[in-house]
Ligand binder design. Structure first.
Ligand SMILES: C[S@@+](CC[C@H](N)C(=O)[O-])C[C@H]1O[C@@H](n2cnc3c(N)ncnc32)[C@H](O)[C@@H]1O
Length: 275
């Protein structure tokens, strides 16, 4: 059983909406990643930590009605949204199962096991991957997209006090809750320690500068979700963060300094098992 750590982002309706917004910003990255796994029509996919369903729904689009996708998430409430979205798209070939990924009963004939932004929350990711590999068909693929957040610290500068604070507040929460902010870097070691062939790796970070870039609002929404734990861990107060004006102040800092903003970088790892 996965040890019960505090979940950094909380479980509100706003957080579900933020995950959907986040998926739009990373959609290009995730689609390319899914295509690079070799995913195609008729395949069977397992999505670990499926959240509001974005990765599962994109996979469902790619595999089509002759394939099938199973999403697993330990938060049953977010799966209500995931199921509503699947129904709205007319996807009868997607199913969402509530439970801990290391404990739920799963088929053992998946072509692809995938996950995005979930291993960072798993205390023993090698154990989980070892279990998941037993759910693959021979020759099946394991592929995860995870963040490399410590890179963010390289963006700090004397000219960007707001960004500097946001990086420390945000990373501070993840560090206090025990989430692995560098899970992306650790994918190579985790995959190989779990017995998988060395994965192919890639690195991506959406960037923006123009006023209409949705990344400002997305980052503000992220701090709305993080705020209870930022305050609980004494990292900053709600008044200091002032979430309602955060997006505007962030754009102003980017515009004044002409330093474009980067969203959290993600590393993708893809490993195909032997047939
Ligand atoms: C940051 S969200 C990512 C959601 C989705 N993969 C996406 O990229 O939009 C992480 C999700 O993983 C789920 N999760 C965390 N630990 C889990 C576990 N042990 N088993 C199943 N789901 C888990 C959380 O409930 C949450 O919905």
């Amino acid at each position: 059983m996965t040890e019960n750590r505090e979940y950094a982002m909380g479980r509100s309706k706003e957080e579900t909406n933020r995950l959907i917004e986040q998926s739009q910003l990373y959609d290009r990255v995730t689609r390319r990643f899914l295509h690079e796994t070799g995913l195609g029509a008729g395949m069977k996919v397992l999505d670990i930590g499926s959240g509001a369903g974005d990765v599962a729904l994109t996979a469902a689009e790619i595999v089509g009605p002759s394939g099938c996708v199973v999403g697993v998430d330990m938060n049953p409430e977010i799966l209500v949204t995931a199921r509503e979205r699947a129904t709205a798209l007319g996807y009868a070939h997607v199913e969402f199962v509530a439970g801990d990924a290391s404990e739920v009963e799963l088929d053992s004939d998946f072509d692809l096991i995938v996950g995005r932004l979930v291993l960072l929350y798993i205390p023993q990711p090698v154990d989980l991957i070892r279990k998941l590999v037993t759910r693959l068909k021979p020759g099946g693929t394991v592929a995860f997209q995870e963040p490399a957040l410590s890179f963010y610290r390289a963006l700090t500068s004397d000219e960007t006090p707001l960004l500097n604070n946001m990086i420390e507040w945000g990373l501070g929460v993840f560090e206090h809750t025990g989430a692995n902010i560098n899970m992306g870097f650790d994918l190579f070691g985790v995959f190989t320690e779990a017995g998988l062939p060395a994965p192919s790796l890639d690195y991506h970070a959406p960037m923006g500068g123009p006023e209409d870039w949705p990344g400002y609002e997305y980052l503000a929404a992220s701090f709305r979700s993080l705020l209870p734990l930022i305050e609980k861990f004494g990292l900053a107060t709600a008044e200091e963060i002032d979430v309602d004006t955060l997006a505007n102040r962030l754009f102003k800092e980017v515009n004044d300094t002409k330093r474009p903003l980067m969203l959290p970088p993600h590393i993708t790892a893809i490993s195909r098992t032997h047939s």
